[in-house]
Design a binder for this molecule. Structure first.
Ligand code: ADP
Ligand code: MG
Length: 397
């Protein structure tokens, strides 16, 4: 799960992390009131969307030379003008995809005098089973480009969670970031505080870009992006409360109500599969035959007819879907249940696109019979290869 920058900063502030003063705003009036509550004379108006690259982003509704989604303002009047430009408009950044994201919230923040922009992120390094700090002196810009062009400017330090955080890691980070004097001590404290926040809140990613050195020589977190491990959310109701459903795909929200593992993708073939491994293989084979999947969906081992119907409805609600492939291996799940679920769903929502069904396993004959006798225009397939070729051919028409 993701949260907004201003929410992430509030979480970090509780751990003693230095962040700027700021006020979230949903309207222009709130933005003005927020600016008035800050010391000034420099303010920053920041679009709150679940994507980075906002500063260099473009608003669809504004002229091409208009400023991006993070803007400096030198007066309350300028704050109001920027807020008007941003609220309700669609911001397109390197991370949003071409469709962009509508800005519904702003964060009005105290402006900082920046001497240097650094990069610091924390993530779970699965290969070593440790928590990794990735840092660079080249902050504020696209870190992927830095990693590609000048990999020697990226440094990684790992903490063994069994041993816990040790101050020498903070000192190593400080040297890698070329910090000096009192900043080294600040950095040791900062890295320790961030580590605690990361572990205690079950984050899977914490990215600070930029971490700045102010002109008066202090460290400050200027941007923060956090991902939480969804499997641990049950023990963080305070984090779940920060969820902004307008930032999520409505299909994924609907799927989560039925406990379906569904992830929207941008292809044309809707997939209903049981088992994550089989679902991945299904996506691969669709790609192999020249089309792309519209979703990942694992209906699970013990899916009920109700769950299958819900899954089918979610798939058909996607206007990009030009064909559907049902690929079920009935082990725990019985093929006749799947067949009934598919038929119930087709009856409920209608079938506007070709449907290929591949069933294998328990009660497979009964399942196939149910589909055959339904009188519906369903294309039967014998194995995965056959199924993928048939749905691709049907979609290509
Ligand atoms: P994004 O990464 O989405 O573009 P950031 O929060 O990193 O958004 O902001 C982009 C840039 O705007 C920063 O690299 C920094 O130069 C500037 N900036 C952001 N917040 C402030 C602030 N409070 N004071 C001064 N400059 C800021
Ligand atoms: Mg940033």
């Amino acid at each position: 799960m993701n949260i907004h920058e201003y929410q992430a900063k509030a979480v970090l502030k509780d751990y003693g992390v230095p962040v700027s003063a700021g006020v979230p705003a949903f309207t222009v009036d709130e933005a003005v009131a927020g600016a008035k509550a800050l010391p000034g004379p420099l303010y920053v108006v920041k679009s709150q969307i679940h994507a980075g690259g906002r500063g260099k982003g473009k608003f669809k509704e504004l002229p091409a030379d208009a400023k991006g989604g993070v803007r400096l303002a030198k007066s309350v009047e300028e704050v109001a003008a920027h807020a008007k430009d941003m609220l309700g408009n669609t911001l397109v950044t390197l991370q949003t995809g071409a469709s962009g994201k509508v800005v519904n919230r702003l964060y009005i923040e105290d402006g900082s005098d920046i001497a240097r922009e650094l990069y610091l992120s924390i993530l779970v390094d699965r290969a070593t089973g440790k928590v990794a700090f990735v840092v660079s002196t080249e902050g504020g810009m696209d870190i992927e480009a830095v990693a590609h062009d000048t990999p020697e400017k990226i440094h990684t330090f790992r903490v063994d969670p069994a041993a816990g955080y040790q101050p020498y890691v903070g000192r190593n980070v400080a040297y890698a970031l070329k910090l000096e004097g009192a900043q080294i001590k600040q950095c040791v404290k900062l890295v320790g505080d961030l580590y605690r926040a990361f572990v205690e809140k079950d984050m899977s990613l914490l990215e600070i870009n930029p971490l700045i050195v102010t002109k008066d020589g202090n460290l400050r977190v200027l941007d923060a992006k956090v991902n939480f491990d969804s499997n641990a959310l049950f023990r963080h109701p305070e984090i779940v409360a920060l969820r902004d459903e307008t930032e999520e795909d409505p299909k994924e929200i609907e799927a989560s109500k039925y406990d379906l593992s569904y992830i929207a993708l941008d292809g044309t073939i809707g997939c209903m599969v049981n088992g994550a491994g089989l679902a991945m293989a299904t996506l691969d084979i669709i790609q192999l035959y020249g089309e792309s999947p519209a979703n990942f969906l694992d209906v699970g081992g013990g899916a009920s007819e109700e769950k299958v119907t819900a899954a089918f409805k979610i798939i058909t609600a996607d206007p990009q879907v030009k064909g559907i492939l049902v690929n079920i291996f009935g082990g725990i799940m019985k093929c006749d249940i799947i067949a009934r679920g598919v038929l119930a769903a087709v009856k409920a929502v209608g079938l506007q696109v070709p449907l290929v069904v591949r069933l294998e396993g328990t009660n497979v004959e009964l399942g196939k019979q149910i589909i055959r006798e339904s009188g519906l225009n369903v294309i039967a397939a014998d194995d995965l290869d056959d199924a993928a070729q048939k749905i691709v051919a049907a979609v290509k028409g």
